[in-house]
Design a protein. Structure first.
Length: 248
């Protein structure tokens, strides 16, 4: 993972200090605000009982990052929760906000999950905490297994695809409205590559919904984005030259 690589560099010296967590705990509340579960977390072993959330539950994770020797609060440069599905290989990395004193409070609302939350299979998500601070040995610890509603995976993927499909249609509509090319022109060698790259974005989102992982989407999407910039400029230049030729 690109997020973990910088952390490994911090472990290059044997004299690095150690980080630990103070009062780490998870709390699950229902839609009515009632507390359904509350357990302390351990750095030595993950929770024996998996965490199960319904569509309306809220999971809260709280802790303070401190120096293992002095007990002083430390604000790490990198603090992430990793959600990993061993069955499908899907994973999501969620950055955590940390105060100057090292305190963290994270809420996972299943009614409005973050976009970083991965699509899942029937297998549980392995939830781990990743910490990295200059001068300290990086910390990567398994916290617990997490079960979420089966429909959640479909919902999140649909949300991601739903955000991109309208965007692609918007750009295509704007392109069509401003340029208003004739149908034969869309098949010309100068315009067709741009139209094809827009279609490729839509195909990529469908592919992500069905099979691809987030890292693959970012890689392919980045490459497509570069191609789209050049093909778009080429298409607009072609249309501009054609219009100027007609006006003359």
């Amino acid at each position: 993972m690109i997020f973990v690589a910088p952390l490994l560099l911090l472990a290059s010296t044997a004299s690095a200090a150690l980080l630990t967590l103070q009062s780490p705990r998870i709390t699950i509340t229902g839609s009515d605000g009632s507390q359904l579960r509350s357990d302390p977390l351990s750095l030595k072993q993950q929770l024996a009982q998996p965490v199960t959330l319904s569509q309306t539950d809220i999971l809260k994770i709280t802790f303070q990052t401190v120096d293992a020797d002095s007990g002083k609060g430390i604000q790490p440069q990198q603090t992430f929760l990793r959600f990993y599905d061993e069955h499908s290989g899907e994973e999501g990395i969620q950055p955590l906000r940390v105060t100057n004193g090292g305190k963290v409070k994270f809420e996972l609302n299943m009614a409005k999950p973050p976009l970083s939350f991965p699509a899942t299979s029937d297998a549980p998500l392995k939830v781990s905490l990743i910490l990295g601070a200059v001068g300290y040995t990086p910390l990567n610890v398994n916290l617990f297994d997490l079960f979420v509603p089966a429909s959640q995976a479909i919902l999140i993927s649909a949300m991601a695809a739903g955000l991109v499909w309208p965007l692609g249609l918007f750009f295509l509509g704007s392109y069509w409205g401003h340029v208003s090319p004739k149908m034969p022109r869309l098949l010309s060698a100068k315009i067709l590559p741009f139209t094809a790259t827009l279609g490729a974005f839509e195909v990529l989102m469908v592919w992500y919904w069905v099979d691809l992982k987030l890292g693959d989407v970012l890689l392919y999407g980045g490459l497509l984005g570069v191609v789209t910039i050049f093909t778009g400029q080429y298409a607009l230049s072609s249309i501009s030259e054609r219009r100027l030729g007609v006006q003359k």
